[in-house]
Write a protein that binds this ligand. Structure first.
Ligand code: 0L1
Ligand code: MG
Length: 258
């Protein structure tokens, strides 16, 4: 019998230990998206019980290419907690399974955002600032292979993230036009524009508010929203250095260590 609490406990254990597991849908092929979001919530409740509070949300599958590859027509969301935020730009890969890094933007929200029909200006009015950000994703499933309910239950592969030092005024930049280039050990590996995120990152925050409103949830003041990847994610291992150039703004660097 499907026991969401039991699956959430297992998910949490594998996330904490950085330990691979087989897909939930191998045992429960009928697992629904709604049940998967419940598993996600129950597993994150366990973080909260360990005094690891929620600091924000992340959006995933925000590029058309990723949606097509997973045969879905809407993004997914995950929950970010304090322990996921790196304090220094160093990633210890020994604690992880098969980490990948992707460039993102993070919106910091200072006014509650709720509902299914927000306008871009509602989001801008509630955005205190925008940070450049890197997200580390590390699916708990073997070979990074999963179905939609699996990845939702695994908190949208959330693992770690880091924000740049500088905060930008939301109106300073056309965030959809920011060119982002990722160098791994000095070699260009990916590049893209902010428009890869649902045409404009602001739409990602609107979409998040819409999706969580189905559970009567809202984006609370003080929350961070990682809006989604600007380029494909890049696999990393100990000894690698990633530099991500956000043209006209700044460069973020991440060092991979054992
Ligand atoms: O942050 C992301 O876009 C990841 C969403 C989950 C899919 C994946 O792990 O590639
Ligand atoms: Mg991401």
């Amino acid at each position: 019998m499907l026991d969401l609490h039991q699956i959430a406990a297992k998910m949490d254990e594998h996330q904490q230990l950085g330990k691979e597991m087989t897909k939930i849908t191998n045992d429960y092929p009928e697992l629904s998206v709604e049940e998967a979001y419940e598993i996600q919530k129950l597993s994150i409740d366990r973080y909260l019980d360990r005094n690891d509070p929620m600091v924000g949300w992340k959006m995933g599958l925000t590029s058309k290419a990723k949606q097509v590859s997973m045969n879905v027509d809407e993004p997914i969301y995950g929950r970010l907690t304090d322990s996921m935020e790196l304090r220094d730009p160093v990633l210890h890969v020994g604690e992880l399974i098969h980490p990948k890094v992707e460039p993102e933007f993070a919106f910091v929200i200072n006014k509650e955002l709720q509902g299914a029909d927000l306008r871009p200006r509602d989001v801008w009015e509630a955005t205190e600032g925008v940070y450049l950000a890197l997200e580390v994703i590390d699916s708990r499933y073997e070979n990074f292979k999963f179905t939609l309910p699996d990845v939702i239950a695994d908190n949208a592969s959330s693992t770690k993230f880091i924000l740049g030092t500088q905060v930008y005024a939301p109106s300073q930049t056309a965030w959809n036009k920011v060119k982002t280039t990722m160098l791994k050990n000095g070699e260009e590996v990916q590049s893209g524009y902010g428009s890869a995120v649902l045409d404009h990152p602001v739409h990602s925050v609107r979409e998040l508010a819409k999706m969580i409103s189905r559970e009567n949830l809202s984006i609370k003041p003080g929350m961070i929203v990682l809006v989604g990847a600007v380029t494909e994610a890049v696999s990393v291992e100990a000894g690698d250095t990633l530099e991500v150039i956000y043209e006209g703004l700044d460069t973020l660097t991440l060092e991979m260590k054992e």
